[in-house]
Design a protein around this ligand. Structure first.
Ligand code: URA
Ligand code: SF4
Length: 197
């Protein structure tokens, strides 16, 4: 529900639960359609996001938008968020402690939106949500854990200096939204990785 999502946004905006609150300019709550079929989860806000308080609006964000467009999808149709909602200094990877402290916000976003599928963007989200690593080996795959489906892809920032990866991201997005359509039509889909418990 929109009101519940607004409530989390407000909590994130004011949050001082971890030390990232001391160095941020703005917290960056998730943004997008609260009725979305797909939630995208990145790592953490970067510089542009920190200045503006919105997720994925810098160069990496442009790559993501481009990849979505290649699948015929707009940003307004989906919901975009991050593992941690405040920028780590010098864009360092968020610590386990910071991730754990922030995770309740993401859990609530997922609980409210109830996406058909969660799209993991890059290693940090892969590691935090599914305890995975080496995303380049697993990208393009479908995982299931606690009755929630996940789709694995590379981080849009990784595509900035790598033309091959931009085609990979686009290919993944086309697969993801084809899959989403099939899920909506009640078609059974093949799970590549099943997590028990
Ligand atoms: N990278 C991320 O992981 N998230 C953003 O919001 C921007 C860049
Ligand atoms: Fe709060 Fe998360 Fe920001 Fe830490 S990163 S201050 S837990 S919103």
């Amino acid at each position: 529900m929109e009101r519940e999502i607004q409530k989390i946004k407000l909590q994130v905006t004011k949050c001082t639960k971890c030390e990232l609150s001391e160095t941020r300019n703005n917290s960056v709550p998730g943004k997008g359609n609260y009725k979305a079929d797909v939630i995208f989860v990145g790592e953490a806000p970067g510089k542009n996001e920190d200045v503006n308080g919105e997720p994925f609006i810098g160069i990496a964000g442009k790559k993501l938008t481009m990849a979505l467009e290649s699948a015929g999808v707009t940003r307004e149709e989906v919901y975009i968020t991050n593992i941690v909602k405040c920028r780590p200094p010098k864009n360092r990877v968020p610590t386990t402690d910071e991730r754990n402290t922030c995770q309740n916000y993401l859990e609530k976003e997922i609980e409210i939106i109830k996406p058909k599928i969660i799209c993991i963007l890059g290693n940090t989200a892969f590691n935090s949500l599914l305890n995975g690593n080496e995303i380049t080996k697993f990208r393009g795959k479908i995982a299931k854990k606690n009755n929630q489906l996940y789709f694995l892809s590379v981080h849009p920032a990784a595509t900035i200096y790598n033309q091959k990866l931009i085609s990979v991201l686009k290919k993944d997005m086309r697969k993801l939204f084809k899959l989403t359509k099939e899920l909506k039509n009640g078609k059974e889909i093949k799970i590549d990785i099943e997590y028990t418990s």
